[in-house]
Structure formats: structure tokens, C-alpha cells
Ligand binder design. Structure first.
Ligand code: MG
Length: 456
């Protein structure tokens, strides 16, 4: 049996891998999994999203599902709608931050969180064995259009913000939603908080003409320049489906998501000491240092937002986050949400009375470097076993690969890739020289171990 789901749901080239026939088959498989229940569906603004959404709706209704169509909206907006409507599950058509020729299908449980890895396996089995639930012609239900989805969602986000404190500051904010669905929510949310809002790249366009839809620093030059030129307090860049947010401070500096998440965790722990914070094992030690300093407990998960959401649910944790700008705030919904994240940052700026650059300059500084070493899939297990003996006696985390923490504050994570014949190295240290040494040392070690393992 093949695999349908990757780390981020079902992804592929639109109209090549993800054809309407394929999407309809996923739809009927998911409809079978939910036993013909009630489903909320929606999509991002990619050129191929309406085509795939129609096909998924056909499949779901064929299995007897009642479908509520939320239309075009950010992924977290559709996730929140699933939870609020009290339906059985949902489907989102999106390829998040991938290039425009891609698309994807996310399957949600009744609480709006993506289904678990075990549940994905059940859907896969139905898909490949074609054991579909098909209802009689007079049992096929007509899909309905859902109204007011964005208003309801923004009302939920706003509930978790100190609205008056933020309004008083009259923040000047520049938003760059990458021509994606964040254009539909974030500017409106900021207006409601009394901000002076400027937008760039905010016309919906599935070709992503202005910048790639991944909010990486190298794609955000225009935003940084605009923040500086306008003398704005904050710049916010979203990814293509608006579940991740990367921030630019008032001086035009772009900050990677580990820093802004650490800032949110710090202020959260100051108000809620002893809380549990959830983050993937690949997150930088900035998070660990802040959580240690402010008396929280940190729980590591495998790499992937689904793993963070599920661990938060299991532990009833309130806050989670990833280095890529995904922050999960459970009182709203335990999934990453760029609009909610922006609200939390503005809250901190309002309550502290400090500028973003000042708030972030208080955090510990790490130099981070990543590398890959080629390794045949069949040798990965053996290689990882040998590598683990190198870290004898050091504090370790082994939830996904091996992460070892050295006494001088540096750390290294060695993790087999889930998608490629390679082993990944993530190193971090207090100086650039040190981090380069770490990567060199462990790349050489891995190459030697792989050579020895393949010689046997
Ligand atoms: Mg995304």
C-alpha cells in the first residue's frame, strides 16, 4: 500500500498528481471515514483550488456527507469554522507555502485539528482498497454555502486580545499576505484593533506574482523596506494560507519565528507560570532558555505541526510554536494561526509599552546552521544507532532523531529525513565559529559511519 499523506497532509503538483479524479477519490474516502457525516470545506486562493474543492465536494456527497462550503479563507479560519459549527470533520484545499503549481488536501477532525497519523492510515486504507461508502441516489445531499465565516473567526481571535490596550497605542502596521488568503482576514483584524493598516501584495492572486508564498527572510525585502519608509511599528508577513506569521520590527529588521515565539512564550509564562510549552525538537534553544528561565516546562515533539497540535491536546497545553512562524494558541484553537499570532505580538507591545526591537533584544542569541548528509534509506536505522553512542553521558532528547545538549549551551540534532535519502544536522551555538565547527564535526562523523555501515 502506498502513502497518501506526507508530513503536511496530501501534497503534489496540481492537475498532474492532484487531478480532479484523484481529489474526488480522496473526498469519497474521507466521507467514508466520517461515515457520511457533516463536513465543512474551504480552500486557499490558488488557481487550482476551486477545481479541486468541487471534486472533493463531489466525493464527500457521494459518500452521503452533508457539506458546508466555507469558500476561500485562511486554513486556520476553516479549522475554527469546523470547531464552531460542531460538524464531524472538514477538508481544506491548500498547499500552504509551496510554489503556485502545487496544491494539497488537509483532512480535519471535528475539533478543527488535522486528523492523527493513525487516522490518516485508516483513510489511506479506504482510498487504496476502494472500500467506499456510496449512498443511494436519493440520499445524496445538496451542499450549502456558509455565510459569515470570516466575521465569526475574527470575533474568536479578538476575544483573546486586550483590545482596549492595543487600540490606545494606534499602531502603524504593514501587512504582506503574499497575495494569499490572509488578505481576507489580517488587515480587517488590525483595523478592528484601531491600527493604521498598510498592505502590500494583498490582491488575491493564485500565481503569487509578488513574492514566493513562504515568508522566509530572503522573500521579505519589500516588506522590511516599507516598514522603515513608513515609520511603522510592525510588519507582518504571512504564508500562502495564513497560518504562519513572520515579523519585521520598526527598524526594518526581519526576525525568524523562533525569536517571536520565544517572546510570546516569555510573556505567557510571566502570566501563567509553570505552564507547559510544546515545540518540535528542531526548535532552537532560545525557546528552551526562555522556558527554563520563566519556570515553564518544555515538551518536544516530532517535526510537524500536526504533532504539535496533537501533543497540545493530549497535555491540555495552551501554547505551542514552531521556528517557522507557526504559533498555536489553544484558547482560540490549538492550530497555527498567523492572525492570532499577530494579535499576541500586538498585545505584548501594548502591555509592555516597548518597541518590538527592544522586546527581542532581551532574548538569548544563538547561531544556527543546518546541513544534510546523503544516506540510503535502508542504512538510516543502523547509522542512527551508531551515532547515538557518540552522545554517551550528555542530556538527550530522542523523540525524532537524537538531540544532544552540550554543557556550553550549544546543541546538535541529528535526524533522518522523512522524505529524502538523507540525514539532517541542525547545530546551534553561542558563536558562529562554534556552530561551523559543530556542523563540520558531525557531518564528518556521519560520512564515516555511513561509509562503514555500507561496507558491511
Ligand atoms: Mg501554511
Amino acid at each position: 500500500m502506498g502513502a497518501l499523506f506526507g508530513t503536511n497532509g496530501i501534497r503534489g503538483l496540481a492537475n498532474v498528481d492532484l487531478t480532479p479524479e484523484f481529489a474526488a477519490k480522496v473526498g469519497v474516502s474521507v466521507g467514508t471515514f466520517f461515515d457520511g457525516g457533516e463536513m465543512v470545506v474551504g480552500s486557499d486562493a490558488r488557481c487550482t483550488s476551486p477545481m479541486l474543492l468541487s471534486a472533493v465536494i463531489s466525493g464527500l456527497t457521494s459518500a452521503g456527507c452533508k457539506v458546508y462550503n466555507a469558500g476561500m479563507a485562511p486554513t486556520p479560519t476553516i479549522q475554527y469554522t469546523v470547531k464552531k459549527q460542531g460538524v464531524d470533520g472538514g477538508i481544506v484545499i491548500t498547499a500552504s507555502h509551496n510554489p503556485p503549481e502545487y496544491n494539497g488536501i488537509k483532512v480535519l477532525a471535528g475539533d478543527g485539528v488535522e486528523i492523527s497519523r493513525e487516522e490518516e492510515k485508516v483513510v489511506e486504507k479506504i482510498f487504496f482498497e476502494e472500500t467506499f461508502r456510496r449512498v443511494k441516489w436519493d440520499q445524496v445531499k445538496e451542499p450549502s454555502i456558509l455565510e459569515g465565516v470570516i466575521e465569526d473567526y475574527l470575533a474568536s481571535v479578538t476575544k483573546h486580545i486586550e483590545v482596549e490596550a492595543v487600540r490606545e497605542r494606534k499602531f502603524k502596521v504593514v501587512v504582506d499576505p503574499a497575495n494569499g488568503v490572509g488578505s481576507l482576514t489580517l488587515p480587517r483584524f488590525l483595523h478592528s484593533l484601531g491600527c493604521k493598516v498598510y498592505v502590500i501584495n494583498a490582491e488575491l492572486d493564485g500565481r503569487f506574482p509578488s513574492r514566493p508564498p513562504e515568508p522566509r527572510p530572503e522573500n521579505l525585502g519589500e516588506l522590511a523596506k516599507t516598514v522603515k519608509a513608513l515609520g511603522a511599528d510592525l510588519g507582518v508577513a504571512l504564508d500562502g494560507d495564513a497560518d504562519r506569521a513572520i515579523f519585521v520590527d520598526e527598524t526594518g529588521n526581519i526576525h525568524w519565528g523562533d525569536k517571536t515565539f520565544a517572546l510570546i512564550a516569555k510573556f505567557f509564562l510571566m502570566k501563567n507560570p509553570k505552564s507547559t510549552i510544546v515545540t518540535p525538537i528542531s526548535s532552537s534553544s532560545i525557546i528552551k532558555d526562555v522556558v527554563d528561565e520563566y519556570g515553564g516546562s518544555l515538551v518536544f515533539t516530532k517535526v510537524g505541526s500536526v504533532d504539535v497540535s496533537h501533543k497540545m491536546k493530549e497535555l491540555k497545553a495552551i501554547l505551542g510554536g514552531e521556528e517557522n512562524g507557526g504559533v498555536f494558541y489553544a484558547p482560540h484553537i490549538p492550530v497555527r494561526d498567523g492572525t492570532m499570532t499577530t494579535g499576541l505580538i500586538l498585545n505584548i507591545m501594548a502591555e509592555s509599552g516597548k518597541k518590538l526591537s527592544e522586546l527581542l533584544s532581551d532574548l538569548p542569541v544563538y547561531f544556527i546552521k543546518k546541513s544534510n548528509v546523503k544516506c540510503p534509506n535502508e542504512l538510516k536505522g543502523k547509522v542512527m544507532e551508531r551515532v547515538s553512542s557518540e552522545f554517551e553521558g550528555l542530556p538527550k532528547e530522542t523523540v525524532d532523531g537524537i538531540k544532544a545538549f552540550f554543557p556550553n549551551g550549544s546543541a546538535v540534532l541529528i535526524r533522518p529525513s522523512g522524505t529524502e535519502p538523507a540525514i539532517r544536522i541542525y547545530a546551534e551555538a553561542k558563536s558562529e565559529d562554534e556552530v561551523n565547527d559543530l556542523v563540520r564535526k558531525y557531518a564528518a562523523l556521519l560520512e564515516r559511519v555511513i561509509r562503514e555501515a555500507s561496507a558491511v
